[in-house]
Design a protein around this ligand. Structure first.
Ligand code: VGL
Ligand code: ZN
Length: 217
């Protein structure tokens, strides 16, 4: 549908696939499960094979991270609080560094991925985005990494569509990348209208929604 507008193909060296947070804690049975998250693995593996450049991210929190409800007396998961850097949704403890829940799904098979980027490592700052932490100041370095490699176009897939996928895509766009979300290669948490809001924000920012069938080698 959209492919003839893209004028580029996934194998183009200027393109990268960003595979967001395909970790056990976001899979059914995990601490912050996203419905059918595991069903994406075969599709994301197929997409990965189309791209020369692939970056895989991991949400990678220290124990006691500020985004965990358990770190705030009297608070429950999915409450919203205000931190010095702004509003923060509180989550169940998830993706603690080195735990099974933080590991990538074992069936994710994109062996040529050059970079595994870990984010959310600062105890006092969350980071849904693979580019800029929730204080909106601290950079992960991903924009510089991609630009230094001559990449100007990114395709985003994975979990969760309305949090880490959306924030990563918005920040990719803000950093000047042509940015697409492959909608059928994502699943959402959908908390208090977060999915509708994400699509509105993405569209307003110029992130283009495509389907996996729009991509071919
Ligand atoms: C995510 C909530 C908290 C995500 C990470 O990967 O979308 N969501 N941490
Ligand atoms: Zn997290």
């Amino acid at each position: 549908m959209m492919t003839h507008f893209l004028n580029l193909f996934p194998s183009d060296p200027r393109c990268a696939l960003l595979v967001i947070d395909m970790q056990y804690d976001f899979m059914p049975g995990g601490a912050l499960a996203v419905a059918e998250g595991d069903a994406l693995v075969p599709l994301i593996n197929r997409l990965g094979a189309l791209f020369r450049n692939v970056v895989i991210t991991q949400d990678w929190h220290p124990a006691g991270h500020i985004s965990f409800a358990a770190s705030h007396a009297g608070r429950a998961p999915f409450d919203s609080i205000t931190l010095p850097y702004g509003p923060q949704t509180l989550w169940p403890e998830h993706c603690v560094q080195g735990t099974h829940g933080a590991a990538l799904h074992a069936d994710l098979a994109i062996d040529h991925a050059q970079l595994v980027l870990r984010k959310g490592c600062n105890a006092g700052i969350d980071s849904y985005s693979a580019f800029v932490e929730a204080d909106r100041i601290t950079q992960t370095g991903l924009a510089g990494y991609l630009k230094e490699r001559g990449i100007d176009s990114v395709f985003v897939v994975g979990l969760a569509l309305d949090f880490c996928v959306a924030w990563s895509a918005l920040d990719a766009r803000a950093a000047g990348f042509n940015t697409w979300i492959v909608a059928d290669a994502c699943k959402a948490i959908d908390l208090n209208g977060s999915l509708d809001k994400a699509w509105k924000d993405l569209q307003a920012a110029g992130v283009v929604r495509i389907e996996s069938t729009d991509l071919s080698a």
